[in-house]
Design a protein around this ligand. Structure first.
Ligand code: FAD
Ligand code: NAG
Ligand code: NAG
Ligand code: NAG
Length: 534
């Protein structure tokens, strides 16, 4: 018995009172073949204020139904392995779920959602665990649904699409597709996950040609709050289809994505890195040149970071082109980046899509404290330079913190990307269309000591505030917050615009009238606002 007798004698489930009369999770669970003696213990339920009891009931019922190999509880080796599948220390060491559940299919996910409703045990969903902040995809004290056993990649017979389950990493996906000379629009870092990246938007090396990942999903298989499994596309459920395109985990749990795929052989890419001060101006010029002579096959990430070991700021530019290049050659669009001399690293080469995801992987190692933040502006040379200065000013007092790695990146949301966002009824982000590119600045911190949290986070908060002020003053601010790069004090849903937010709330009311995904799935960006108030 995993839960205390106290839980059992605590009386009839308050959970039942929480539930309206419309759909009853216990009835629905019985219809899914969950044994009645297990349901009896759920009916007994737990007391109002004891989440540990609720979650013990939920986890125990899952173990009884699916067997111990699909449920890992505290104290087991498999539980520790489950925690180790989260990228940041905040999620891997400071968030302890009551149990991990590893579903094999949508039906099993549906049982987990109904059980969470029946017991009022909160849950989180892990794609590949790359979200940085505590609770984003791991539930402290609750139920964490971990997709580690749902990792298929199945191209269609006509080669035009691919069915993916949410637990894959992008390296898994590209490796599988390369066997048949296909690829798709997805993440750029090997160990990042399919689930979170697509639901938040998804910027890819191929976004210039094909748009963002969410704009290339033709069908979502989704478990909604009622436990029903819906096939969601532009025809069957146009509202939900729109909302899932960057609405995050607010509407259901996606158990399969069907994405556009396309023919792709080898391509070209890698990093060039320099000492920063002597290259900053030339790099900004090269980035502006990239915008002005836009080539949709070319993708760049222009980054700056402080390297403690050398007491030196470095600039690292990731350059990718979707066609292979002759040995020692590079695409003309990158001439300005190659004209900058004295690179201490220079890795661009002709290789596979999956191999390119290893380049960025090594820059984002596992097992540190992590924080991600972002801000959007218009593209402007002086502003880009000022943004770098503000970043350096804010982190300067912190540079000797133990294992501190402050980094910032510039990325361009091109007009072509914004246009692709209008496809099939558009997405929820509110930046589709428009005749100007946008500049997104994503900043990250990696550090070792919890005692440094406040100073690091305050500096990053100051940075986004100051960039907003500076860009507003020059009429260059843009409110867009990209969910996949935002911190827990930022509010991407509000940034999508009042109209889109209202529409997302309408869709939520339609598919989740009792707000299950708002209340019982609390960890990440919710419709009502940022996860935390600063
Ligand atoms: C090193 C690194 C590199 C990155 N590179 C890129 C990049 O190239 N392009 C880009 O756009 N972004 C990138 N990101 C951001 C990335 O998209 C987000 O961190 C994303 O959330 C990661 O997805 P995941 O499945 O690994 O995360 P998780 O932490 O597992 O999930 C993130 C959120 O999505 C929810 N979720 C996951 N799967 C499902 C599902 N099946 N159903 C419902 N909800 C689900 C989770 O509950 C959680 O709230 C990067 C991040 C890091 C740390
Ligand atoms: C993939 O492309 C290579 C090189 O063009 C070719 O030899 C191989 O047969 C192709 N494989 C498939 C499965 O199409
Ligand atoms: C970092 O620098 C500050 C100010 O220069 C100093 O007070 C502090 O002791 C240093 N910390 C470490 C860990 O070196
Ligand atoms: C910004 O995002 C890209 C891709 O998502 C990532 O590779 C890069 O490391 C991020 N930059 C920072 C400073 O975290």
């Amino acid at each position: 018995m995993l839960f205390s007798v106290w839980c059992l004698i605590a009386g009839l489930a308050t959970a039942l009172a929480h539930e309206g009369t419309k759909s009853h999770p216990i009835v629905d669970l019985a219809q899914r073949g969950i044994r009645s003696d297990r349901l009896d213990s759920l009916q007994l339920g737990a007391s109002e204020d004891d989440a540990a009891c609720y979650c013990a009931l939920a986890c125990d019922t899952l173990t009884g139904t699916f067997g111990p190999e699909q449920v890992d509880v505290f104290g087991e080796q498999a539980y520790d392995a489950g925690l180790a599948r989260f990228w940041s220390v905040q999620q891997a060491q400071e968030t302890k779920p009551r149990c991990f559940f590893h579903p094999l299919n949508a039906q099993e996910v549906s049982v987990a959602v109904l059980l969470s409703r029946a017991t009022q045990c909160p849950f989180a969903v892990r794609g590949a665990g790359h979200a940085a902040f505590k609770g984003a995809s791991n539930s402290d004290g609750g139920l964490t649904i971990d997709f580690i056993n749902m990792r298929h990649v199945v191209p269609s017979a006509d080669r035009k699409s691919v069915a993916l389950s949410p637990g894959n990493t992008w390296h898994d996906v590209y490796t599988a597709l390369e066997k048949v000379n296909l690829t798709m629009v997805g993440g750029r870092v090997a160990s990042v996950g399919v689930g979170g990246l697509i639901l938040g938007g998804g910027i890819s090396f191929f976004s210039g040609q094909h748009g963002w990942a969410c704009d290339n999903i033709v069908n979502y298989e989704v478990v909604v709050a009622s436990g029903e499994i819906l096939e969601v596309n532009a025809v069957t459920e146009p509202d939900l289809y729109w909302a899932l395109r960057a609405g995050g985990g607010n509407f259901g749990i996606v158990t399969q994505f069907v994405a556009n795929s396309f023919e792709q052989g080898l391509m070209w890419g890698g990093d060039r890195a320099w000492e920063m001060h002597s290259t900053k101006a030339a790099l900004i010029n090269a980035m502006i040149g990239y915008v002005e002579n836009y080539d949709p096959k070319a993708a760049i990430i222009v980054s700056f970071a402080y390297a403690q070991a050398y007491n030196m700021w470095v600039s690292v530019t990731n350059l990718v082109y979707s066609d292979p290049q002759p040995a020692e050659g590079h695409p003309a669009v990158f001439d300005d980046f190659f004209a900058i001399e004295n690179a201490f690293q220079n890795t661009p080469r002709t290789t596979s899509h999956s191999d390119l995801t290893n380049d960025l992987e090594i820059m984002s190692p596992w097992g540190a404290r992590e924080s991600y933040w972002m801000v959007t502006t218009h593209v402007d040379k002086q502003l880009a330079s000022d943004i770098i200065d503000i970043f350096q000013e804010e982190v300067a007092p912190l540079t000797n913190f133990t294992d501190f790695v402050p980094a910032m990146s510039f990325q361009i949301i091109s007009v072509a990307q914004r246009k692709a966002m209008l496809r099939n009824g558009g997405n929820a982000m509110g930046i589709g269309g428009g005749d100007k590119p946008l500049l997104i600045t994503n900043i990250s911190a990696r550090w070792a000591l919890k005692s440094d949290d406040t100073a690091v986070l305050t500096a990053y908060h100051n940075f986004v505030t100051r960039v907003e002020e500076k860009s507003r003053a020059r009429n260059l601010f843009h409110p867009f917050l990209y969910m996949n790069y935002a911190s827990q004090w930022q509010d991407p849903i509000a940034s999508y615009g009042a109209e889109n937010k209202a529409r997302l709330l309408e869709v939520s009311k339609k598919y989740d009238p009792e707000g299950v995904f708002q209340k019982l799935h609390p960890g990440y960006f919710k419709l009502a606002g940022a996860p935390l108030k600063w």
